[in-house]
Design a protein around this ligand. Structure first.
Ligand SMILES: Nc1ncnc2c1ncn2[C@@H]1O[C@H](COP(=O)(O)OP(=O)(O)OP(=O)(O)O)[C@@H](O)[C@H]1O
Ligand SMILES: O=C(O)c1ccc[n+]([C@@H]2O[C@H](COP(=O)([O-])O)[C@@H](O)[C@H]2O)c1
Length: 209
């Protein structure tokens, strides 16, 4: 009888996307960016990671509101999950810490950090920027009003992805809410309702902070 060698089938590494953002509030631009990256790179899951205390934004809505709106917005997609790693860490939020924490939680995964064109343009100024490229592949998605440039980023560490253009920003949604204009269809229905229930971004809520 011929001698046979038992071989275990090669196990493919999981592919995990990370969609970092302040999500103040989360909107359909964020969700389309994550969905397009998931489809293009065959990601097993996308972790939405709301910032705790963004290092570069002075006044943001209390983190638990931003976190809960992110949970509501992603609940219908079985591949989307929300991580509290940045919410629960003390001190300013830096992506180097996000990636180290997710790597610890998903040691068997290749990580794909998803950013819009405005964010990728700033990345060389982020904390420990060169080490970031050792921890994850970066996916730079198109965004209306922002030129998609990746100058200075190692070419094998960043992929550029053209996605459907949604000219939506959290700044615009906050302004619309403040002016009592509709935000329906710019954010998921549950987020419209959450904003209304908590009077987020209204003169009344801002005065109360
Ligand atoms: N409409 C969009 N299309 C593509 N990418 C987007 C879009 N909006 C935001 N992003 C990307 O999502 C990530 C998180 O963005 P963020 O939470 O700061 O939203 P924002 O709309 O830019 O907020 P703000 O207006 O408050 O600065 C960033 O990488 C950003 O570039
Ligand atoms: O690490 C940094 O120095 C750094 C500086 C600016 C932004 N980031 C990250 O970029 C992501 C998008 O940020 P924002 O402000 O556009 O929501 C979010 O995950 C931030 O933590 C990270």
């Amino acid at each position: 009888m011929p001698h046979t060698v038992e071989t275990s089938p090669a196990v493919a590494r999981r592919r995990v996307g990370i969609m970092g953002g302040t999500f103040d509030p989360i909107h359909h631009g964020h969700l389309v960016a994550a969905s397009e990256a998931a489809a293009h790179f065959e990601l097993d899951e996308v972790l939405f990671v709301p910032t705790g205390k963004p290092s570069h934004k002075s006044q943001v809505t209390p983190v638990e509101h931003r976190y809960l709106m992110t949970v509501i917005a992603t609940a219908s997609n079985p591949r989307f999950k929300v991580s509290r790693v940045d919410v629960d860490r003390d001190g300013p939020t830096y992506t180097i810490d996000t990636l180290r924490d997710v790597q610890r939680l998903r040691p068997d995964a290749d990580l794909y950090f998803i950013t819009g064109a405005d964010a990728i343009a700033q990345i060389l100024g982020w904390k420990n920027s060169l080490e970031l490229f050792e921890l994850a592949q970066f996916v730079a998605v198109s965004r209306p009003g922002h030129e998609l440039r990746t100058d200075g980023i190692p070419a094998d560490k960043v992929a550029v992805l053209q996605i459907p253009a949604l000219a939506i920003s959290s700044t615009d949604i906050r302004e619309r809410a403040y002016e009592e204009k509709p935000v329906w269809y710019l954010v998921p229905d549950g987020v419209v309702q959450y904003m209304a229930k908590h009077r987020l971004y209204t003169a009344e809520e801002i005065d109360a902070i």
